[in-house]
Ligand binder design. Structure first.
Ligand code: NAD
Ligand code: DAU
Length: 361
């Protein structure tokens, strides 16, 4: 069991990173978190408002691709663990403009690996570098295919997935070539508090409440494997402490659902918790729009390895996790208002104007 005392979390002002920072500060009482985040459109200090004053949390605004900065952080703070979340994470944005994905996800990961290799040279035995990746690197599944295991071949289909696949390969190479103590996690779709409303679940909650269309891509029968974000955070802490070095671990919720089912569940919860003032159901706002190019039909994770080797399993069910999520967005209108600024509206116009005839702008 490794002791995590001084950890660099990259991307800790984004959705999963911020949840992880909250989780770690609560669960590892003697751990100091150094949180490096560029604060792109997806990151916000607002996601850290409950922990920003903690004496065990230091926030640094900066780029993972800035190797000098990262090297200084590692050396000056005697950091012995890295949890690397920082990335461009949205598939639709990678289709609209892939360059930032190549820069942050590939070049950024490379710079971070280099900084760790050079700072930790000669004392590899004490350190660990955990790379947070995705199930999308495995490509798409047919309805009857077995769920992804760690031995599935990589077959990424979007620029986002390809950039994450490339970063996974770099991490693997640094383990085999330089002996850097790495471990990689490949997780399925997360949902929960602080998720930027470009992603399916928060977008649907917010559009529903503002009387806008709920844009389901294509027939809505694409399947994702949903995991509540705090279950992912526990899995990452487990792998950081006890994961086998050089290995990869698949993490998933054992919870495959078609997108249309998820949207209907969100509508059902909102009908119960915040009925429409004009009457009727939020279901009436669902529209089917032009599909995502190269849209993967199905993802599913087989989490047997992390279950049998490390004893992790998801605690939250889809019903309980989705209810918590909807309640969080209802209770945090100030957070919602703050993220829905000009940049957000520009993205919505770019991604949905043609799909919905302008109705979503
Ligand atoms: P997010 O987009 O919500 O957050 C990403 C964070 O990284 C933001 O705070 C952003 O400011 C920061 N960032 C971006 N570029 C940076 C750079 N160059 N330097 C420093 N910080 C930078 O993403 P998320 O959904 O929280 O995903 C986090 C990680 O988990 C990503 O690596 C993603 O690939 C992976 N992942 C996400 C999911 C999911 O369902 N969201 C599932 C599996 C894996
Ligand atoms: O599988 C893990 C991945 O899950 C992560 O690696 C990514 O970072 C994360 O963004 C997520 O990718 P997806 O593309 O699956 O997530 P998204 O929320 O964008 O879409 C989920 C599904 O919903 C997908 O099949 C596309 C569909 N969708 C999405 C949006 C935004 C719609 O039908 N309508 C929409 O408006």
């Amino acid at each position: 069991m490794r002791t995590i005392r001084r950890i660099l979390v990259t991307g800790g002002a984004g959705f999963i990173g911020a949840n992880f920072v909250h989780h770690l500060l609560a669960s590892a009482k003697d751990c100091h978190v150094f949180n490096l985040d560029l604060l792109t459109y997806a990151g916000s200090r607002n996601n850290l408002r409950d922990v920003i004053d903690s004496p065990r949390h230091t926030f640094i605004q900066g780029d993972v691709a800035d190797q000098d900065l990262v090297s200084r952080l590692l050396r000056d703070n005697e950091i012995n663990a890295i949890a690397h979340f920082a990335a461009e994470s949205h598939v639709d944005r990678s289709i609209a403009g892939p360059e930032a994905f190549i820069q942050t996800n590939i070049v950024g990961t490379f710079r971070l690996l280099e900084a760790a290799r050079l700072a930790w040279q000669g004392k590899f035995g004490e350190n660990v570098f955990l790379h947070v990746s995705t199930d999308e690197v495995y490509g798409t599944l047919a309805p009857d295919d077995e769920a992804f295991t760690e031995t599935n071949a990589y077959a990424p289909n979007s620029p986002y997935a390809a950039s994450k696949a490339a970063s996974d390969h770099l991490v693997r190479a640094y383990f085999h070539t330089y002996g850097l103590r790495t471990v990689t996690t490949n997780c399925s779709n997360n949902y929960g508090p602080y998720q930027y409303p470009e992603k399916l679940i928060p977008l649907m909650i917010i559009n529903a409440l503002t009387g806008k269309p709920l844009p389901v891509y294509g027939d809505g029968l694409q399947v994702r494997d949903w995991l509540y974000v705090t279950d992912h955070c526990r899995a990452i802490e487990t792998v950081l402490k006890r994961g086998r070095l050089g290995d990869t671990y698949n993490i998933g919720g054992l919870c495959e659902r078609a997108n249309i089912e998820i949207v209907q569940m969100v509508c059902g919860l909102l009908d119960e918790l915040r009925p429409r003032s004009e009457g009727g159901s939020y279901y009436e706002q669902i529209v089917h729009v032009e599909d995502r190019p190269g849209h993967d039909r199905r993802y599913a994770i087989d989490p047997a390895k992390i279950g049998t080797e490390l004893g992790w399993r998801p605690f939250e069910t889809l019903q309980s996790g989705l209810r918590k999520t909807v309640l969080w967005y209802l209770d945090n209108q100030d957070w919602v208002n703050a993220v829905m600024g000009e940049k957000y509206r520009e993205w919505i116009a770019l991604n949905y104007a043609a799909r919905t005839g302008g109705e979503l702008e």
